[in-house]
Write a protein that binds this ligand. Structure first.
Ligand code: ATP
Ligand code: MG
Ligand code: MG
Ligand code: MG
Length: 569
């Protein structure tokens, strides 16, 4: 591709509405343009990256035995009535009518449609197991679309659905898909963690999410540092939807989903040395009926120096409803049966322990005691995570006694579910099994946020000059950057020759043939993040050489013209 025939669309200024680095860089590098809230155009560079992610996902799906299909984005409402989600899904589901006043939805996910397809096409156990996938556009009317394509309303998902007659067969496929997901994220060069997750509005028995670790992540991941255990605390979404309805909760949002700015304020105010020593505390509370319905999150230091911080100051940052004294915090945290033991523990110890005793913590507290953090959770939220957290800490109180809970922020890029017969029971998706009896099918479903991955990768791969793509995602693998080509026939000739050779060798090459100053060209190419730059300039040509620059390492090598292709292979 020649720059002169291409739409580079780079920007010098950072758009003011782009809050996080990936959104800023996707705008500046000319990858996306906003059309309306949560709706984006993918410009050529962005689309190239998106296609690379799709390709890796596609290859690994095929390798795992899944077969590609394509389902419509517009789905008839009667399928959603059958599954019960017409009632259950909530306002993220965009409903519309056609000219005959028939109801439809824009698909936020495709369990209903795949169930309809499979119940018509599959009638015998002999056709199973079956694992079908697509890479396609989804629409979710997100309450708060933000961070560019990270949380958009229209986005690209890879979604797969598997069908089985036995639980064991589902387990096998689930494990195969779990491994495929690991392959995908490894091939894309992402630092990620699989975590135990809530099944949310999709439903089902067991599920895992795959999170790219990044401070801008909207989810909180609880890690045990003494085992592989990790679980999603899934705060952000629950709080965000509650915050809309309730101004007091909106205030709490600042605390419960600490962003970099909040952490920075805390760090500055209390002179905390390193940001990583700041932790999030989650206190779960229960109402009189024993239902869990509240929590508070405080930001604290993770070490014992916390004692030096005056609790009332801490509380001011932690919550707009300030505590008068440390004793007041203790009174609240320590209230009720099953509470936290001796109140003379240092606060950070209490905080560590707190997670262990969430099950009965605060069960007997009077309502006033929790007034300030009484947030009603949606019915489908919180419970599994609380149980997961309890497991972690129960382990900690085991023989080794070493375990501690750590919380990091993550971006959910993939989610796999064991659905069981939830949809096949409702929608009667069944076959005749080996004994000739009718049986409803056991299902699994497996999603990857293809467009979100593009943004998540940038969160992990950038510097002050721009994006640093891993090879597998780069829009171009190599850029030929001729210096002052329009003044030197020799530079032009070698640049053209290398362009032809590299293309012939199968590289995706951008030939920057613009009449621009070298400084402008370098800045653009670094911003876009092309991994290898071949600089063709008069000075090196005297020795029959060009310079290769590696975007990730910054390393520069002088290589003879004849060796360029071999060097990049
Ligand atoms: P989130 O918790 O971020 O709202 P989700 O749990 O609702 O995501 P799933 O139903 O599990 O999403 O969908 C599978 C994948 O689709 C997610 O893991 C995520 O990577 C991606 N995804 C979901 N919502 C969006 C969105 N609004 N924009 C971009 N990608 C999304
Ligand atoms: Mg969601
Ligand atoms: Mg989620
Ligand atoms: Mg999910």
């Amino acid at each position: 591709m020649r720059s002169s025939n291409y739409l580079l669309a780079t920007l010098k200024e950072t758009p003011s509405d782009a809050e996080i680095i990936s959104h800023q860089l996707m705008m500046r590098a000319g990858m996306v343009r906003k059309l309306a809230s949560g709706l984006y155009n993918w410009t050529p560079t962005g689309l190239r990256v998106l296609r690379k992610v799709e390709q890796v996902a596609r290859e690994e799906m095929e390798r795992a035995g899944a077969i590609e299909i394509l389902m419509p984005m517009v789905q008839p409402a009667d399928l959603w009535q059958e599954s019960g989600r017409w009632q259950d899904y909530g306002p993220e589901l965009l409903r519309l009518q056609d000219r005959h006043q028939r109801d439809f939805v824009l698909g936020p996910t495709h369990e209903e449609v795949i169930s309809e397809l499979v119940r018509k096409e599959v009638s015998s156990y002999k056709q199973l197991p079956l694992n079908l996938y697509q890479i396609q556009t989804k629409f979710r009317d997100e309450i708060r679309p933000r961070f560019g394509v990270m949380r958009s309303r229209e986005f690209i998902m890879k979604d797969a659905y598997s069908f089985h007659t036995s639980e064991q067969c589902l387990q096998d496929t689930y494990q195969r898909m779990y491994a495929a997901y690991q392959n995908i994220f490894n091939r894309l060069g992402l630092e990620f963690r699989p975590v135990i997750a809530d099944t949310g509005s999709i439903g089902g028995n067991a599920s895992h999410e795959f999170h790219v670790l990044a401070d801008s992540g909207e989810d909180a991941i609880a890690f045990s540092d003494s085992s592989d255990y990790a679980a999603n605390v899934e705060l952000a979404e629950a709080i965000a939807s509650k915050a809309e309805a309730d101004p007091a909760t909106a205030e709490m949002t600042k605390v419960a989903t600490p962003d970099a700015k909040t952490i920075k304020t805390l760090v500055e105010q209390f002179g905390v040395a390193a940001e990583k020593t700041v932790k999030t505390l989650i206190v779960h509370a229960a109402n009189e009926a024993g239902e869990r319905e509240g929590f508070v999150a405080l930001l604290v230091r993770g070490d014992h120096e916390l004692n030096e911080i005056k609790a009332n100051k801490l509380a001011k940052v932690a919550s707009p409803l300030t505590f008068a004294s440390e004793a007041e915090i203790r009174a609240v945290i320590g209230a009720g049966p099953g509470s936290l033991g001796p109140v003379n523990l240092p606060i950070d110890m209490i905080i560590d322990r707190e997670v262990a005793v969430t099950s009965d913590f605060a069960a007997g507290a009077n309502e006033d005691g929790f007034h300030w953090f009484n947030i009603n959770w949606g019915r489908d939220l919180a419970m599994p995570e609380v149980a997961d957290l309890r497991n972690v800490k129960a382990g900690d109180l085991s023989p080794c006694g070493q375990g501690r809970l750590d919380i990091k922020r993550g971006i959910e890029v993939g989610h796999i579910f064991q659905l069981g017969t939830k949809y096949s029971d409702m929608m009667k998706v069944g076959v005749l099994n080996e004994s000739g009896k009718h049986q409803n099918l056991i299902m699994g479903c497996y999603g990857i946020g293809v467009s979100r991955i593009v943004a998540a990768a940038i969160e992990q791969n950038h510097d002050e000059y721009g994006i640093k793509w891993p090879n597998s995602m780069a829009p171009f693998q190599v850029c030929i950057l001729p210096m002052n080509m329009h003044k030197s026939a020799r530079v032009q000739e070698v640049a053209e020759q290398l362009y032809a050779e590299l293309q012939g060798a199968g590289f995706d090459v951008l030939f920057d043939d613009r009449k621009e100053r070298p400084g402008v060209m370098f800045a653009d190419i670094e911003l876009i993040g092309i991994p290898h730059v071949v600089v063709v300039g008069e000075r090196n040509l005297d020795e029959g050489c060009v310079e290769l620059k590696n975007r990730r390492s910054g390393e520069k090598t002088t290589v003879s013209i004849a060796d360029v292709v071999a060097h990049l292979k």
